[in-house]
Design a protein around this ligand. Structure first.
Ligand SMILES: Nc1ncnc2c1ncn2[C@@H]1O[C@H](COP(=O)(O)OP(=O)(O)O)[C@@H](O)[C@H]1O
Ligand SMILES: [Mg+2]
Length: 317
């Protein structure tokens, strides 16, 4: 935090560091840029507190970086997919993504649009945890039952007790309330790219699928130099276009290439892993219309600070 603050001071800003505990939602912060970060705590309890405060800051006029909706979409595939359908409607339409709040809502839903196989994902997951391929409806229901299970033994016991003791009088509460999404499988991917954008700087990492699997995230088969035969300039063009539409100073994109075109698999605009940048020996930047590779050992605080400063200079409040 001190190193970050030092970087901002050097760039001519006077940063004030506050803990969430001391945030005053009644302060006059009209137009004041507020940087913050998120949390991925189990159950997202602490994150929900951050969400309350950041939304309060935003409603009081602060310039939250990134906007609240991106915080809400962090570690939350339901919101991320909802934002995607608004920001990238054409591409999103091809995935036929649906979200469900309970297993029962899926079980009683009419037939899903789109093609099989499909992919089911727990809303809060990373490293391909709780991302599964399903070939038909029976498969999907089995996976959804498992992914959505509310893990609270006390509540489960009480609910089962009520269902037996108050038969006919008890309106059953779902014990499968962990939200999840279902979407079409993008076929033809042998892996995906992690592309990080910090202002003008882009970093790429090729991640190969686990052997015999459709999932790349968390596979550990990574390459910072090769693009597995994919045209790097085209990948960067795509990443630039996506991140410009997101309109945030920083972004982490999972991008697939099916042999013909690129697909956005996931995006995050805060609190994402930065190893792709930190382990890189170079970054890419647009210069005179084309992409230039710049040799650089990434100093992540400096790079982050630059991204924010560029953003504020380009988009004054
Ligand atoms: N719709 C899809 N079609 C094909 N592959 C997918 C799809 N969604 C995810 N994947 C694969 O699964 C991996 C994990 O999915 P992702 O949504 O990025 O979740 P995580 O948060 O676990 O990274 C991705 O890296 C990608 O390889
Ligand atoms: Mg991912």
């Amino acid at each position: 935090m001190t190193r970050l603050a030092d970087n901002f001071r050097r760039a001519g800003f006077t940063p004030e560091v506050t803990s969430f505990r001391d945030v005053d939602p009644s302060a006059d912060l009209q137009g004041v840029p507020v940087l913050y970060t998120s949390s991925e705590d189990t159950g997202l309890e602490y994150k929900s507190w951050i969400e309350d405060l950041v939304l309060a800051l935003e409603t009081s006029g602060a310039r939250t970086l990134p906007g609240y909706r991106f915080l809400r979409a962090h570690h939350n595939k339901v919101m991320m997919e909802a934002l995607r359908t608004q920001l990238f409607p054409k591409e999103a339409a091809e995935l036929h993504t649906r979200s469900f709040g309970t297993f029962e809502e899926l079980a009683t839903a009419t037939a899903l649009d789109g093609r099989w196989p499909k992919v089911i994902k727990a809303s809060a997951g990373a490293g391909s945890l709780n991302v599964a391929l399903v070939h038909n409806r029976a498969d999907l229901l089995r996976a959804a039952r498992q992914i959505s299970r509310t893990r609270n033994p006390h509540e489960t016991l009480r609910e089962h007790g009520k269902r037996i003791l108050r038969r006919g009088r008890h309106y059953a509460n779902s014990l499968h309330r962990q939200k999840f999404i279902v979407q079409d499988l993008i076929s033809g991917l042998t892996g995906d790219f992690k592309v990080l954008r910090f202002g003008d700087r882009y970093y790429t990492l090729w991640r190969q699928n686990r052997p015999g699997d459709f999932r790349a995230s968390g596979s550990g088969i990574f390459d910072y130099h090769s693009t597995a035969g994919v045209d790097r300039a085209a990948l960067l063009d795509y990443a630039e276009q996506v991140s410009e539409t997101l309109g945030t100073p920083t972004a982490s994109l999972d991008v697939g290439f099916d042999g013909r075109r690129f697909h956005l698999i996931e995006f995050q605009c805060l609190h994402f892993g930065t190893v792709t940048a930190e382990r890189s020996t170079h970054y890419y930047t647009r210069s005179d219309g084309s992409w230039r590779q710049v040799a650089d050992r990434c100093d992540i605080e400096a790079v982050f600070c630059d991204a924010i400063v560029q953003y504020l200079n380009r988009r004054p409040a």
